[in-house]
Design a protein around this ligand. Structure first.
Ligand SMILES: [Zn+2]
Length: 105
């Protein structure tokens, strides 16, 4: 028996393709903003344009640091810099403030 290609099938495929496109768009935007690519994709794929919009609205994340390093944002001047992973304090490269590293950062 040959499967009849119904309007419902077309609609189903169209919805899946639409979700995938939204997921890819959200993932690309998320990647550019240093956000989690997988999470951005899921947002776009599950929520469609709403998910893409929420990735667009999301604050950019910190750039990924090389291994053994961590990326940190200076609380005084907002300058992003890379320091050693075990460093407890650092001097900001821009405003020269001595900062203690908070684990929440
Ligand atoms: Zn600073």
């Amino acid at each position: 028996m040959v499967h009849q290609w119904t309007l419902l099938d077309t609609l189903f495929v169209a919805i899946i393709v639409f979700c995938l496109i939204c997921g890819v768009v959200a993932a690309v935007i998320g990647h550019r903003k240093n956000l989690s690519v997988g999470q951005s994709f899921a947002l776009g794929a599950l929520l469609g344009p709403q998910g893409v919009a929420s990735v667009v609205r999301d604050k950019p994340g910190l750039p990924r640091a090389p291994s053994g390093m961590r990326t940190i944002r200076c609380p005084c001047c907002n300058a992003v810099q890379t320091i050693g992973e075990t460093q407890a304090e650092y001097q900001c490269s821009q405003c020269k403030t001595e900062n203690a590293v908070q684990d929440s950062q």
